[in-house]
Every structure is written in C-alpha cells, then in structure tokens.
Write a protein that binds this ligand. Structure first.
Ligand code: PDD
Length: 291
C-alpha cells in the first residue's frame, strides 16, 4: 500500500505531496510541529500534544489554521488512510506562503498544514531492551527551545555527530556543564539516592516533552521519587542509571556517555520498570478504544 499525506486540504500520494518554495517554513523555518504515538489506531496523550501545539502557535504569534477538532480529524484520517495501528503521526503547521520577506502579515497568510503517518513497532520485550550510547555537545540552540518549531539545525547537526560516533543521541550541555536535553528527546538520570532526576521546565531551556510528563506521572504511581533539577555531565557519569524519553524512543536506557560506561553497563532496573509502565499505559489506550 502506498503512503498518503495530507497537504492543505488534500490527501495525496506521498511522492506527490509538496509545499511551495515560498512557504515561510522553507525560507525561515517558520513553522511548528507535533509527533504523536499511535497505539491501536489511537493517539497516546492526545490532549497533551494539542495543548503544546496551541502553545507553540501562540508563542510564535501564529494563527491556528483550524479548530483542534478539525486538526484531530486530519490526523485520524491520515492515520486511517495509511492503515497505521501502531506508529507515529506527524503534523506540521507553517505560517503560510508569500514572496520572501522577513516581515509577515498574519492577516494575509493562509497557514500550510501537512500531516503524515507511518507504522512503527513498539518494543516487544521491555525487560531485554538494549542500552544506547550518547555523546555530549554544547547547547548552541536559540533561547526558545521550549517551543516545538521546525527550526532544528543545531539538533540535526548534533544528532548527526552522534551517529558518526556510533551513538544514538547527543546530550546538549549548557555553559555551566549541566545537561539540558537531547537533540530530539529529554534526558534523565537516577541519582545515587535512587531518585529520578530531570531538568525542570521553568527555565524554558528544554522542550516540555509529552513523554517526560507521562513518565513523571508513571514514576510517582510506581513510588519512584522524582526531582526536577538540573544535573551535570559529571553527576551523570556517576549515576546509577541514565535514560532518555520521547514519542519516538519511548523510554530508552543509556549505558554509555561519551567514553564512560554508566552503572554496570546494562539497562537499569528502574529504567526498565518505567519503559514497561509506559508501554502498558499506551497499550491500555488501545484496549480502551477496542472496548
Ligand atoms: N522530538 N526534546 C526535543 C528537542 C524534542 O525534539 C523532543 C521530541 C523531545 C521529546 O518530546 P516528546 O516526549 O513530546 O516526544 C524532547 C520529536 C519526537 C521529533 O522531533 O521527532
């Protein structure tokens, strides 16, 4: 079956889905996006994603192209037309298309809306999930990384550097030596007291990950203490466990940071517990839907 993409009101074969060269996202990265996990044909944490999308639009002085209900309809249509039961749906909203000019006039622009969906398998055996390596890189992004914009060049370059070094991800590190987040996921450690530690949202120096939020809730339900505070690379190197979270990576154990092995070099117990809890939560959404 060939893939179908939504572009500005039309469902098209993926190979024929285009936006104009004068689209402001092409010229100025002037757009926002969401990536949402699909399980059992339903979106996981749909509400959280829609709230974050609305915030991204607001913070960038962009006008929502349609109601949330209509956007959800586009996403579910795209999921259905691609026959995705387990996978990802991608939604991008650009400010609109006009001859290249830094200055924009929202009243004269019609936002571009693009949606795609693809099938991706969930980890089948959380107990035996493999650990990954991350590298560290200076956080050289702009100051509004809390907004989910398509302006992702530093992220793309750091993640490519990671791949070239045989790593899965790169951890961004601020000028004081503290980890902010990864290029496309949030960063976590389990400290020597067994507490779950991740950077707080208040400084606006990380993306408010939807998986991050869900994992905090699941940890508390599992009586795991969560502390939202910054941690340094040095502390991470001596941590019991480390992991990352995102819609596309779920809860992924980290067993190596640069050249140092973390813990005993194997995925930690708490990380595996959280992955299992997250997958169970996601599967329950599918079951509720089927009921
Ligand atoms: N990335 N931090 C950054 C910089 C991200 O790009 C992402 C998501 C996250 C995790 O957010 P969430 O749990 O809501 O997926 C954190 C998506 C998956 C991407 O760009 O493909």
């Amino acid at each position: 079956m060939s893939r179908v993409a939504y572009v500005n009101g039309r469902y098209l074969p993926h190979s024929k889905a285009h936006v104009h060269i004068d689209d402001r996202a092409h010229n100025f990265a002037d757009g926002v996006y969401e990536v949402i996990l699909i399980v059992g044909g339903r979106m996981v944490d749909e509400e959280g994603h829609m709230v974050r999308l609305a915030r991204s639009l607001r913070e960038l002085d962009m006008v929502p192209p349609m109601s949330d209900r209509a956007l959800l309809n586009v996403m579910y249509q795209t999921v259905a037309r691609n026959r995705v039961q387990e996978g990802l749906v991608y939604l991008q909203i650009n400010r609109g298309t006009s001859p290249r000019n830094h200055v924009y006039d929202n009243d004269k622009l019609i936002p571009t809306v693009v949606c795609t969906a693809k099938t991706v398998a969930l980890p089948s055996d959380p107990e035996n999930v493999a650990g990954v390596k991350v590298i560290t890189r200076p956080d050289n992004r702009w100051e509004r990384v809390d907004i989910k914009t398509v302006s992702l060049l530093p992220n793309a370059m750091a993640k490519t550097a990671a791949m070239r070094e045989g790593a899965y991800e790169a951890w961004f590190v601020d000028k004081d030596g503290f980890v902010t987040e990864c290029t496309s996921s949030n960063a976590w450690i389990i400290d020597q007291e067994g507490r779950l530690v991740t950077r707080p949202l208040a400084g606006l120096d990380i993306l408010p990950g939807i998986t991050r939020d869900r994992v905090i809730k699941l940890a508390r339900e599992n009586d795991i203490e969560v502390v939202e505070r910054a941690f340094s690379v040095e502390e991470a190197l001596g941590a019991r466990e480390a992991f990352l979270t995102s819609t596309t990576s779920f809860v992924k154990p980290i067993t190596q940071i640069d050249d140092s092995v973390i813990g005993n070099g194997h995925p930690g117990t708490t990380t595996r517990t959280l992955l299992a809890a997250y997958l169970e939560f996601a599967q329950n959404i599918a079951l509720e839907n089927a009921a």
